[in-house]
Each structure stands twice: as C-alpha cells, then as structure tokens.
Design a protein around this ligand. Structure first.
Ligand SMILES: [Zn+2]
Length: 242
C-alpha cells in the first residue's frame, strides 16, 4: 500500500502487515515531515507489470528513502524532546548572529573602501583627517607634489634613504609613461627639496632612462642626493623641466 508525504509529495510503499488500518504517525524519509498517515487506494500507484511504465520507473526511486521513514510504534511526536525545538531555535539564532556579523563586516569594508577612495579629497578639505589616515598606515603627504604633464605621466614616487660607505644617499625613483599614441622625447625631470618654511633647499635633475618613449611605453628614472640634510627636508616636488 502507498502513502504520500503531504509536504513534499514523495510516495512510499509500506508493508500493509505492519501498517494499522486506522493509520499511524510516520515521518517522510526525504523531507523529515511528520504526519498521521492513512493508506491510499492502490490504483494511484500501479504495481510493476501493469501498463504504466513511467510510474513504475520513478516509483522505486521514491521508495528508497523509505527504510528510515516509519516511526517506532511509540508516538514519536510525543517522544520528541523539547530540547530539539530549543536547539533548533539556538541554531537559527546562531545563524542570524553569523548573518549580522557578515553584514557588519561588509559595511565596515565598504566604509574603508570609501575612506580610501576619498583620501586625497578629504585630507585636502579637512586636514585633520590626515591624522586619521596615518593611524591606519596610509601616508598622506600633501606637501609632496608630483606635477603631471598631459603628455607624460609620472608614476608613484619612491623615496629611499641609504648608506654608501660614509655617504648618506637620498634616492628618488619612479616611472614615466608616454600617454600619447606616438613616440616622443621625454623631457628631464627635476626633484626639488623644500624645508619647513617652503624654501627650496636643493634640486637635482633626472633623465628618464629611455628616450624617446614609444606610444604607451614606460621607462624609469632615478635621482640621488648625496649627504642631504635630512632634518631640514620637509617636502619634495617632482616635475618635468620646461
Ligand atoms: Zn516529504
């Protein structure tokens, strides 16, 4: 005889010898739904050998979950400990907490991305925010300037202090890219050092390694100051020489 899960419509073949005629509590082996089952008319589920090949093909598949489907004779709905409902609630609560933690992390990430994107405009309009960025390791130096041209782009400038024997060497280096769609001669670059009062205290000229540069091509430049008065240097400017 056949019973059908009212929740997921899975159908199970049950042994009529162990199934009381008045019906009993059962649990669906597929979706774990519990209900009070009564037997259904046999013709809904043709036996193998009758001419309904599709039904008989799909039916054995649906029977598979059955071995765990019938519940023990004692009433399982009464047996079910209150614990399980409680643990289910705890599990759902945990799920909700995890979900909100995820949401908070997402929001924090978005805020950081925004702050990072707005770093330059923010520190320009509200100088106090520079201190905030510094605490997160972002170096905001408004004093240092890189003056771009519309022909060549000066990439990020690297500033390194090193020792060469007794000599202290302050090195500036970076890249220059030809923005135009033709080969062009790259002008010389100058690096100017300023003290805290904004007075130029030193200047050095750098030649880009490769010139002319082809369309979209990039080359490097290096500029060195020997034994600079590091305490006096407050800012630098990198620009093309006119
Ligand atoms: Zn079911």
């Amino acid at each position: 005889m056949i019973i059908t899960c009212p929740n997921c419509s899975s159908r199970f073949k049950v042994n009529p010898d162990t199934f009381p005629p008045e019906g009993r509590d059962v649990r669906c082996g597929k979706c774990k739904h519990k209900w009070f089952a009564v037997s259904e008319p046999e013709e809904v589920f043709p036996e193998p050998g009758t001419d309904a090949p599709e039904e008989t093909l799909t039916a054995p598949e649906e029977q598979k979950p059955f071995p765990q489907a019938p519940l023990p004779p004692s009433n399982p709905l009464v047996d079910e400990p209150i614990e399980s409902a409680h643990s289910r609630r705890t599990r759902l609560k945990k799920k909700a907490i995890l979900k909100s933690i995820g949401a908070i992390f997402g929001a924090v990430l978005i805020v950081f991305a925004l702050l990072f994107a707005l770093k330059v405009p923010l520190t320009k309009s509200i100088p106090q925010t520079a201190a905030f960025y510094k605490t997160f390791g972002f170096n905001v130096s408004e004093k240092n300037k890189v003056v771009q041209s519309d022909v060549f782009q000066i990439g990020a400038v690297e500033r390194v202090v090193s020792k060469d024997g007794e000599l202290t060497v302050l090195t500036f280096k970076g890249k220059v890219t030809n923005r135009k769609d033709m080969a062009l001669t790259v002008p010389k670059l100058s690096v100017t050092l300023f003290n805290a009062s904004g007075v130029a205290i030193d200047e050095w000229v750098a030649q880009v390694e490769k010139s002319p540069l082809g369309a979209g091509e990039t080359s490097t430049w290096v500029c060195r100051f020997f034994n600079p008065n590091l305490e006096n240097i407050d800012a630098y400017t990198v620009q093309f020489r006119p």
